[in-house]
Design a protein around this ligand. Sequence first.
Ligand code: ZDP
Length: 281
Amino acid sequence: MTQAFTKYHGLGNDFILIDNRASDTPLLTPEEAVQWCDRHFGIGADGVIFALPGQNGTDYTMRIFNADGSEPEMCGNGIRCMARFIADLETIERGNARPAYNVHTLAGTMVLKMEEDGQVTVDMGQPWLLAAEIPTTLAAPDQQVVRQPLEVAGKTWEVTCVSMGNPHCITFVDDVAAVPLEAIGPQFEHHAVFPKRTNTEFIQVVQRNYLKMRVWERGAGITLACGTGACASVVAGVLNDLCDRRATVELPGGCLLIEWSAVDGHLYMTGPAQQVFVGRV
Ligand code: ZDP
């Protein structure tokens, strides 16, 4: 049997999208996802995303396997790709797509809005800030982790932890280009204080409304962009009084506009998602 797929990327964070609407079970195993994501022996991607039937009244369900086969709760760039994917499927089948979707994820229901210019805005919900929610043992379970010292690679870093459904550890630095990400990223990811491992972001504040970010992703390594990481970084910037609630986050793959609404406390992320090619395995 052959399996159809479509390749998308959001700012160079790339995903294999699978039309999984006929079944509640992902059509690939985590082991197959690892093979498909391999850039030399497979298609090549940072993860595989399955568009499944909705649950609890939502239009669709998203599940994702990282390139290492682990399953994250949520994925910001991936969910924008998923929005384009389902809009493209609906356009082929019905001639038009809907302007918005509710999508169930392991991090709750996300609301996706298709913008006129082709970008996608996602209501990512509220951030989780307590140590037990991240999860991390860096503070007491009911405390926030803001500017806490953390020993990594023989150096003390001041970290702020935020969950967007998935864990993020954010460090503000003077120059993101100077961070030896490949060397220290894995040491943050696997540090004993993060029982579910962590995504790791380094942020340079250029202006209060403009951040530069580099990311080491849990289960994927260095990627060109991370949507949940950009949201978590703006939250961390606000908690440290280093940035505004609305800021552009520049990643190696391009820019995302992030707003932490003072009205409902939700994160709103706007950015592109593009189809690259369709194929069969
Ligand atoms: O939390 C994790 O294990 C991440 N690797 C998931 C993917 C996050 C992503 N890069 C994003 O944009 O949020 C897709």
